[in-house]
Design a protein around this ligand. Sequence first.
Ligand code: IDP
Ligand code: MG
Length: 149
Amino acid sequence: MERTLIIVKPDGVQRGLTGEIIRRLETPGLRIVGMKFMQVSRELAAEHYKEHVGRPFYPGLLDYITSTPVVVMALEGPRAVDIARAVIGKTDPLDATPGTIRSDLALMKGRNLVHGSDSAGSAERELALWFRPEELISWQRDSERWLVE
Ligand code: IDP
Ligand code: MG
């Protein structure tokens, strides 16, 4: 089992796509183990996106992610990081495979609706950044044996 951090970015919340995005991630079998609705501080945004400091899009990225509230989730499942990235699609909606969230619902990199951790290491770092340990809840779902062999 693995956990990943998902953010429905401000454009997702503003466009009323929160439910649609959760549905696309939850339906394949990923399980919600943490979720909150929050306004992101500049400090948290900068820490989350620190690998992109110095890139031309970085200031705009911080403005975007801190503009209006987001929904942040921790999802759990086998290979959760890669499964979520597959459902989300490539960074640029034009490169994303049809059927993915970004291909189906977004137009450009700077408004691509959703964040998903890109590796197990990033997931661990990001989950610790966005959630206190007690906000992540381990639980079992009765349908598990029909999703995981
Ligand atoms: P990812 O979200 O697919 O992992 P990253 O390369 O890690 O993509 O970039 C983080 C975020 O920064 C992207 O999701 C997107 O919101 C934004 N971003 C990346 N490249 C650009 C760009 O060229 N223009 C505008 N925004 C960008
Ligand atoms: Mg990334």
